[in-house]
Each structure stands twice: as structure tokens, then as C-alpha cells.
Design a binder for this molecule. Structure first.
Ligand SMILES: *Cc1c(COP(=O)(O)O)cnc(C)c1O
Length: 378
């Protein structure tokens, strides 16, 4: 069997161990310390706006804290993009709230502004104003933030941007994750940079960040003994893990460039193949990190399905994956309301994510290209 080509695998830069070793040498293994501060500063200057970042144990934890800071309580409703990874929606359930799922639109595959407004009007008419809007920048593609922000402001509902897949992406020159009341990032193993596991909450004030740090470290009041007046969480990132993050920040720009090159590689291949569309920026306002490259296969034109291609890749030990299955189609969220026209459903039926790692070799690319060309010429 040939070596496996992964969809997206960790890619260390070289200096991660230096920072981890520094933490060991200073016995700064316990939570907080110079790497946590340093990683947060690195992220703040990378995102390039007047923001504050709290690094946490996971992107999912960051979403949970964002919802809490937006005041989400038991029985509330929270709007969420349907086409996404389950971690976008699960924290709504942690709060005892109900997700209201919104369809995608065709340009960015992200939240459809038309369906969003329809949903808000309908929920408000039923007597419940949603507590927050969770919008996702899927596969690194910025969502239609102008339209979504305008609707959110009109109805005075805070936006939480799930930028777990979009570190390094921008919309109109501004970093994804910095548009909403809160943004979240993920450094899970398959993301554009990784700390093995971790996440961050992107805030717009020191106060919001301080609150996140307080809640993520068991909500300890200021007292010599352990005193608590809030429910706390154990969500803070450790100083060891943050050391990996500092090393990864040194190579983030290279990683974005390499992922974007993978996208160009697929554009080049599929230029020659009718009936396959490579997921690309709809206009120059959008700059995607192309965390994952993806295609949509028109079966009527090609006579093939995305599942045919996925299985063909497996024969050559190459990993590919269908697009995220929309949340409103997931058994666990079967009862949640949904607004839209089934665009996400159609994308799920026809779409496939292709190997996109920043560490793929020229040989890997030749193997991938050969499989694709053979598959579509049959
Ligand atoms: C990875 C991911 C998350 C969760 O991040 P973790 O750090 O794994 O908890 C949330 N939303 C989306 C869209 C993701 O891809």
C-alpha cells in the first residue's frame, strides 16, 4: 500500500519545541505563563485590529463562553449556520438553548442573509428574539459579512463568528473572526495551524477577555480561599500547548500560502474537466485561506458522483471527505427549526473536500492528479 495522503495533517514549523522546552526549563508547566501571553500577543498582532484574544482548550470551549457572554440561557434560541461542523452548534445545547438553523447561499456556502432575516422575523413573530447569530467561514471562505452584520444590527442581535477554519482569511481586508461581537478560532490537529488541540476567543474589549479568562479558570473570585459566585469552567489553554502555538504562528503566513497553492492546483486540473466546480472566492473582497479545497460535481454532466470519486481515491490510499452534513439533517438536531431552500443539502450531496495539507509533496500532487484525471476520463 502506498503512503496515505491525508485531507489535512499537522505541519510543524520547527520552533515549537523551543518554546515548549523553555516552559520545561523554567518549570512553567502549570497553566498560564509566558507562552500563553506570547501566543495571545502573536494572535492579536496577526489579526491586526484593536482586539483582545483569550486562548482556551478548544474552539468549542470558546463558542460556549461566547454564548455565555452573550447572555444565552436555558430556553433561549440561537441562530446557527446549518452547513458546518457539529461543534458550531453543540455549545448552544450546552446552554440549554435551541438552535435555529439557516441555509447556505451559493457564493460562499455560508449563511444566507435572506434566510437569516426570514428566520429572525419569524422567531420574533413567535415571541422569541434569538440571543445570538453564529456564522461560520466554511473551509476558510469568508461569509457575506456586510449583509449579515447589517441584519444583525437592524435587529440588535450579537454575531458570533466561528472562524475555526478561517485563520488567515480576510473580507474586504479585515480578518475573519474580528467582525462579530465575538469570534472563535481553533487549533485542533487538522486546522491550518495546530497546537495539538486548542482554541481562542476573539474579543473587542479587555473586559470581555477578562470575563472569558475568569470563566475559563473555574470562576474564582478574588479571595485568599476558594470563593465562587459564578459557575466556572476548566477551559484555559496550558503554557505547554501555547508554546506549540507560538511556533506555529511563525509559519502561519507560509501555511496560508501553501493551502492557497493547493487550491490553485485543483483549479488548474479541473479547468480541463466539464461539470466540476472548484470552490473559489466569488469576488476580490474575499480572501480565503483555502483551509480545505473542495469541489462540486455535477452528476448530470459528468455521469459520476462525489461518492464514486471518494471511493476511487481510497483505492490509492488518498483521503477525501464529503462536505459537512448540514446540522438540520443530523439526527441529534432533528427537532430544531430550519429556514432555507436546501442549498446546503444539495452541496452536501455533490461536494467533496480534497487533500489540502500544506505539507503535501510534488509526488503527492502527481498521485492526486493521476487519480482525478483517470477517474473523469473513464
Ligand atoms: C474545528 C471546528 C470547531 C471546533 O474547534 P475545536 O478546537 O476542535 O473545538 C468549530 N467550528 C468549526 C467550523 C470547526 O471546523
Amino acid at each position: 500500500m502506498r503512503d496515505k495522503i491525508w485531507l489535512s495533517s499537522p505541519h510543524m514549523g520547527g520552533n515549537e519545541l523551543k518554546y515548549v522546552n523553555e516552559a520545561f526549563d523554567a518549570n512553567w508547566v502549570a497553566p498560564l505563563g509566558p507562552n500563553v501571553d506570547g501566543f495571545e500577543k502573536d494572535l492579536e498582532s496577526f489579526l491586526n485590529t484593536d482586539i483582545k484574544v483569550a486562548v482556551l482548550s478548544a474552539g468549542t470551549a470558546a463558542l460556549h463562553l461566547a454564548l455565555i457572554e452573550c447572555g444565552t440561557q436555558h430556553g433561549d434560541e440561537v441562530i446557527c449556520q446549518s452547513m458546518t461542523f457539529s461543534a458550531s452548534a453543540n455549545p448552544i445545547a450546552y446552554c440549554g438553548a435551541t438552535p435555529i438553523f439557516i441555509d447556505s447561499e451559493k457564493d460562499t456556502w455560508n449563511m444566507c442573509p435572506v434566510a437569516l432575516e426570514e428566520a429572525i422575523e419569524d422567531r420574533v413573530s413567535k415571541g422569541k428574539k434569538p440571543k445570538a447569530i453564529i456564522v461560520v467561514h466554511l473551509y476558510g471562505m469568508p461569509a457575506k459579512m456586510d449583509e449579515i452584520t447589517a441584519i444583525a444590527e437592524k435587529y440588535e442581535i450579537p454575531v458570533i463568528e466561528d472562524a475555526a477554519e478561517a485563520l488567515g482569511s480576510t473580507y474586504k481586508g479585515k480578518s475573519c473572526g474580528t467582525f462579530g461581537r465575538f469570534g472563535i478560532l481553533s487549533f485542533n490537529g487538522n486546522k491550518i495551524i495546530t497546537t495539538s488541540g486548542g482554541g481562542a476567543l476573539v474579543c473587542h474589549s479587555q473586559e470581555d477577555k477578562d470575563k472569558a479568562v475568569f470563566l475559563s479558570t473555574q470562576a474564582r473570585d478574588n479571595a485568599p480561599h476558594y470563593q465562587h459566585s459564578h459557575i466556572g469552567y476548566n477551559y484555559r489553554m496550558s503554557n505547554i500547548v501555547a508554546g506549540i502555538g507560538r511556533g506555529q504562528m511563525e509559519v502561519l503566513t507560509d501555511r496560508v500560502e501553501a493551502r492557497r497553492k493547493m487550491h490553485d492546483f485543483y483549479v488548474e486540473i479541473f479547468k480541463e474537466i466539464d461539470g466540476v466546480e472548484v470552490f473559489s472566492e466569488p469576488a476580490s473582497d474575499y480572501f480565503s485561506n483555502h483551509w480545505l479545497s473542495a469541489i462540486v460535481i455535477n452528476s448530470e454532466i459528468t455521469g459520476k458522483t462525489r461518492e464514486d470519486l471518494r471511493l476511487t481515491f481510497i483505492e490509492d490510499n488518498i483521503e477525501s471527505r464529503p462536505l459537512w452534513k448540514p446540522m438540520h439533517l443530523q439526527p441529534v438536531f432533528a427537532d430544531a427549526p430550519y429556514y432555507g431552500k436546501n442549498i446546503a443539502e444539495k452541496l452536501f450531496d455533490d461536494g467533496l473536500c480534497l487533500p489540502s495539507g500544506s505539507n503535501l509533496s510534488d509526488d503527492d500532487r502527481i498521485r492526486i492528479k493521476n487519480v482525478i484525471n483517470k477517474f473523469f476520463s473513464k
